[in-house]
Structure formats: structure tokens, C-alpha cells
Design a protein around this ligand. Sequence first.
Ligand SMILES: Cc1cc2nc3c(=O)[nH]c(=O)nc-3n(C[C@H](O)[C@H](O)[C@H](O)COP(=O)(O)OP(=O)(O)OC[C@H]3O[C@@H](n4cnc5c(N)ncnc54)[C@H](O)[C@@H]3O)c2cc1C
Length: 444
Amino acid sequence: MKVSHLPHDPGPAAWDSILPQGPHYPKLEGAQTTDWLIIGAGFAGLAAARRLRQLHPTDIITLLDARAIAEGPVGRNSGFMIDLPHNLVSEDYAGALDKDRAEAGQNRDAISFVAAAAQDYGFTPETFVRSGKVNAAATQKGTRHNHDYAAHLKKMGEAHELLDATQMQGLCGSGYYHSGLYTPGTAMLQPALFAREMASGLAADGVQIFEGSPVTDLSRGASTWTATTPDGRLETPKIILTVNGHVESFGFFRRRLMHIFLYASMTRPLDSSEQRLLGGESVWGFTPADPMGTTVRKINGIGGTRIVIRNRVTWDPSRKAGADAVSEMGRSHSRSFHARFPMLANVEMAYRWGGLLCLSRNGSSAFGEVEPGLYAAGCQNGLGAARGTYSGMMVAELAGGGSSDALAEFAAQPMPSRLPPRPIASLGAKAVLRWGEIKARREL
Ligand SMILES: Cc1cc2nc3c(=O)[nH]c(=O)nc-3n(C[C@H](O)[C@H](O)[C@H](O)COP(=O)(O)OP(=O)(O)OC[C@H]3O[C@@H](n4cnc5c(N)ncnc54)[C@H](O)[C@@H]3O)c2cc1C
């Protein structure tokens, strides 16, 4: 089984770049054996490793990634570990009531799982903060989305609070927003610190970690699998693939997964006079009321006080996006930033980057035993931090032969539905994404 595409995320992993240098893990070299091999050290892989360690305290568990820890999408996202439904392909994130209730329960289990890891592994305070988040609306249409979503949350029995323009300005310093919808359950991550500190905790718990070790080939023997990397080989009875959309690069869920890139930029640190000009609270996080709009975060921690801005998407079945896409989307980030923060006209972006995300048409994950002894937990559908963590917990239970109501419920989800033939799917998806961005207007 040759791996058809290797990870290729453009631009620096900014969240990691702003930190002092962290620990390095070795490359896989030579021939080795392990009881468990987890391929992919993102949210799902890190969670699978922790859950496996809990279930099998004396087994040899190996976690391996093509990139350095925190360099892949786990260290490139905006750090919203969202508890509530977040259906990116709806107008206002809401879906069917029963499904949304079940999903919120799963997301909260994932957040509690990370809270326990934060305790056990001694996370830095800024790594994981249960602060909630705001859906920010910059138009009347966005405000309508927020009201629709608030009505849905009311039916779900979920706490929420509508904020007016003055409250929004008090929070973020900008008069750009018409309204906001605050929900208290989201945890905010410094995503690179999260990946680093999970990996350090796992290593201290005896999990072997290899980075810079892309798996290029998997082969099955009578009772074991062999994973090959450029410099080594690992033989193991059980493999867990937590490679997100790259599960298709291993030959599974073909023509069922949509590979898109998201893009973000981060400013240089704001000095004290710029912070005064900006005003507002010291940290906050806004997702856009329109799913095609702009996510904005103010952070204040080890890397200084900065603003992070994310918008625009590209459809890339090749699972590869180039530097030209990063600079084109970067121009959009600068426009969105200056429209929101005219008082920071002299503040430039220090980092611009992109990262791969996986969606399926029906919102299902790529989950299950795909061949004997080979398990997958990928395609997190826009909720990678919470759902990635949950799918990692569940796949570890599945592979370990566990049974629980939670696992039965998660494993019962349908397969990701098939995509139309490639030219139609590509043309259709590109048109839908572009139209969504155009419709988002001032929310972008
Ligand atoms: C700019 C941006 C902003 C985002 N914001 C948010 C957000 O705020 N909240 C949220 O929930 N989600 C967000 N996401 C999405 C989120 O980052 C992903 O959904 C999440 O990382 C998926 O988790 P995962 O563990 O399934 O996969 P990943 O984190 O993608 O991890 C998979 C790992 O597998 C490795 N891999 C792949 N192939 C191989 C191979 N052949 N050999 C070895 N290793 C391999 C990759 O290097 C990668 O590290 C964002 C994404 C981007 C790009």
C-alpha cells in the first residue's frame, strides 16, 4: 500500500514559531517493533495515544508524524475547541436537534478529556482556557444568523447571551461589529503549546514519539503490519491512522472526502501604546456569524499580545497548496484586519500560513476498522480540536476491543457520502466556496 500524497502545509506554523524552541523527538531509524503504532500526531493521534496508554498501561505505544510535533494542522488552527454544533456548510452552524445534542455531548467529553490531560501533564495556563467564545456579526444578515442560532440553542437548552454593538466594542476595542452571540462552553487553545505539552506528557508516560518520519508504505503480513518511512520500518499488530484527510492517501474512503485549505495570518506583537489604542479586553476569540466570514482572536501570552485572523478557503484535492495561495489569502487577511482595526494601521502581519482540513458531504467521520488490525479516525468536519480529540479517544477504544454506549454511538455514523465525479465535484465545490465568500461580504 503506497501512500499517494504526503502532508504539505504551506507557510510557517506560526503558533509554534512564536514560542521558545521546544523539545525535539527523533526520526524513526532502522527496524523496530511496537505493540501499537499511531500514525499522525494531530488532535486525534495525541488523544488516541493518551487513551491507549490509559487502557494498556504496559504496552509499547508509538506515535509518529511526518512533520515536527505542532507543525501540522494541529499547530496551524485558530485554537477554538468548540463544544456546540458548528456545521460549516449551514447558514448559521445549526443542524438537526437530536444530532446536535449528541454532538455537543461528544465535544464536551473531548474537552473534559483535554482538561484532565492539562491537569495530569501540567499544561501552561494559556494552553487550554475554558473561556467561551463569541459568534461575531458585522452585518444585519450576520445578526439574523446569530438570532436563528440563538433560537436553536434555546431549543437545545444551551446557555447563550446576545451582545449588542457597544458590548462588542467593549470586548474587542473595534466598532466594526453589530452584535455577538456568546456561548460559555468553548475552550481556547494555544494550539502549538497544546501539541507540545500533550506530546511531552505522553513521552513522560512512556509513549515513543518519532517526528519528521512520513510513512510512505504500509504492508500486511500474516498477523502484523509494517510501516515504512524514508529511514526506518516499524512492525506492529495494530495501526491507528489519525492522518485526517490523508486517510485517502493511504487508499481508504476514496472519493468520499473533501480536502480544503484554510488560511490565517498573525500580527507582530502589539506594543503597549498600540494595546492602549486598541482597548478592549486582554484576550478574546470571535468566530464569524456567517461560516464563510472571518475568525479573529486576540492572544496575550508567551509570544506577546497579537491578533490572529483567519479567512478564505481553497478546494485542493491534491492536498497541496502553494506559497501563491498563502500570499493571495494574506492580502484578504490584511484587508479584514485593517477594516476592523483602523487604529492599528501600522501593525503588520508577522506570519501567514495555510493548513489542510477535511470535510465530508454528510458530516460523517472517516472512522472504523478499515482492514484487519488497521483503524482510522479522520475527517473532523471543521471541528478538528473537539471532534478530532473525540475520534482519537473512540478509535483507541475500538482498536483495544472496548465496548461502550459512546463507542457504539460514534461507530454507528454512516460512511462519508460519495462525491460526484471529480470535474463536477471540483467545479461545484469551487463555485460554492467562492459564492459563499462573496455573499459573506462585510463578514469577511
Ligand atoms: C487555519 C486553520 C484554522 C483552523 N481553526 C480551527 C479551530 O479554531 N477549531 C477547530 O476545531 N479546528 C480548526 N481547524 C481545523 C483543525 O486544525 C483540523 O480539523 C484538525 O487539525 C484535524 O485533527 P486531526 O488530528 O484529525 O488531523 P491533523 O491535525 O491534520 O493531524 C494529522 C497528522 O497526520 C500527519 N500525517 C499525514 N500523513 C502522514 C504520513 N503519511 N505519515 C506520517 N504522518 C502523516 C500530518 O503531518 C498531521 O500532523 C483549523 C484549520 C486550519 C488550517
